[in-house]
Design a binder for this molecule. Structure first.
Ligand SMILES: *Cc1c(COP(=O)(O)O)cnc(C)c1O
Length: 392
């Protein structure tokens, strides 16, 4: 790859050309389960890890390696490895390091699936999980100091875009001898690099912004080589591996990541400011707004505030039911981070399994709408919101 420290360039070039297809300007999809050798000694060298090469695609695959190299470079990591989904990346990482008797400290506002691992699955393996109030930094520091093997963070969070100070909490974790893992899905490596803020490992649901087109699923992990190697070993044995075809789709999406994120950063800020001033909108959650509780921390650790926001209408869920179908430039669907705008109520999407009272405890009003800004023209998105708000 040509020498550069620019993310936009790395996103296009990193990992490309490593596949030995003469003259190919894009890395082809290596749909091969196994890789053959004529020289048995060479095969043995590769199989025992003494020289580079591919053996079997549950372990490593050339197309998957292109994708892994892209995230490794964009996150400034020593190593990276890929998984079949974001949840596979998260669960493999947690189950690699959290063996019986260990203790994990995390946040109440982690992604729903992650929260289920902490509350429903890890306890079966005699791992204790303590979930803190997400923005209560003193509480998190105190819990870490009590004894902690792994601190698991996510920022900004879903769906109210809470911000936690990665540098501050990573320092507390280091003192306690704990590993720090950060889910960087919402920010993307264009807006935030947790490893540079003290994290040991960074995780992505590549299904979202990295792929960017809602047409492939994957997960990625990047960080210190020794740690990534351990999770890789767990993954190659339990089999949550990424296939070549989705790896190609995600790597293809990542070539336009910087363009998309810059556009989504700008559009989201414009839309958040517009909604904030609208009389029918009660509250807007976007870290780019000066009034957002985590704005100062976000400014210090993010280079852009991202394409995700949420807003509460001035009313109850009945108003959401009237409002959402009036929008024409959105897919009312789960997921986020796509070229097209996606919206939905947490009550139906991310927090469907919680009761209304539980959602209230997390600060999620029933009139909340999560809005993932796409790459459409922002004037069109504003017009769409304007018309729908005028109709309620
Ligand atoms: C979607 C998401 C995940 C899970 O990723 P999948 O690819 O759906 O398994 C994890 N964390 C965050 C923040 C997400 O948005």
């Amino acid at each position: 790859m040509p020498a550069t420290n620019k993310k936009g360039t790395s996103a296009v070039w990193a990992g490309e050309g490593d596949l030995n297809v003469k003259g190919a300007v894009t890395s082809p999809i290596a749909n091969s389960v196994a890789f053959s050798y004529t020289d048995l000694d060479e095969w043995h060298q590769v199989a025992t890890g003494k020289s580079d090469g591919f053996i079997y695609s549950r372990n490593t695959n050339p197309t998957v390696a292109v994708l892994e190299e892209k995230i490794r470079v964009l996150e400034g990591a020593e190593a990276a490895t890929a998984f079949s989904t974001g949840m596979a990346a998260i669960s493999n990482t947690l189950f690699t390091f959290l063996t019986a008797g260990k203790r994990v400290v995390s946040l109440k506002d982690t992604y729903g699936g992650t929260s289920k691992i902490f509350l429903d699955f890890l306890p079966h393996y005699n791992v204790s999980a303590h979930l803190c109030d997400t923005t209560h930094h003193e509480e998190i520091e105190a819990e870490v100091a009590k004894g902690c093997d792994l601190l698991y963070l996510e920022t900004p969070t879903n769906p109210t875009l809470k911000i936690v100070d990665i540098k501050r909490l990573a320092a507390a974790a280091k003192k306690a001898g704990a590993l720090v893992v950060v889910d960087n899905t919402f920010a993307t490596p264009i807006n935030q690099n947790p490893l540079q803020l003290g994290a040991d490992l960074v995780i992505h649901s590549a299904t979202k912004f990295l792929c960017g087109h809602s047409d492939a699923m994957g997960g990625l992990l990047a960080g210190k080589k020794e740690l990534v190697q351990k999770v890789f070993h767990f993954r190659e044995i339990n089999g949550a591996s990424l296939q070549a075809e989705p790896a190609y789709m995600i790597a293809r999406g990542m070539k336009t990541l910087e363009l998309r994120i810059e556009r989504q950063n700008a559009s989201a800020l414009t839309i958040a400011r517009y909604l904030k001033a609208h009389p029918k909108v009660k509250d807007v959650f976007y870290p780019g707004l000066e009034t957002h509780q985590g704005h100062e921390i976000a400014k210090s650790q993010m280079s852009g505030f991202g394409g995700m926001m949420s807003f509460a209408l001035d009313g109850g869920y009945d108003l959401v039911e009237k409002f959402l179908p009036k929008l024409t430039l959105v897919h009312l669907a789960a997921s986020l981070g796509s070229v097209s705008t996606l919206a939905g109520p947490p009550r139906t999407t991310s927090h469907v399994e919680l009761t209304e009272a539980q959602r209230r405890l997390l600060g999620i009003p029933e009139s909340l709408i999560r809005y993932s800004v796409g790459i459409e023209n922002v004037e069109d998105l504003l017009g769409d919101l304007e018309r729908a708000l005028a109709g309620i």
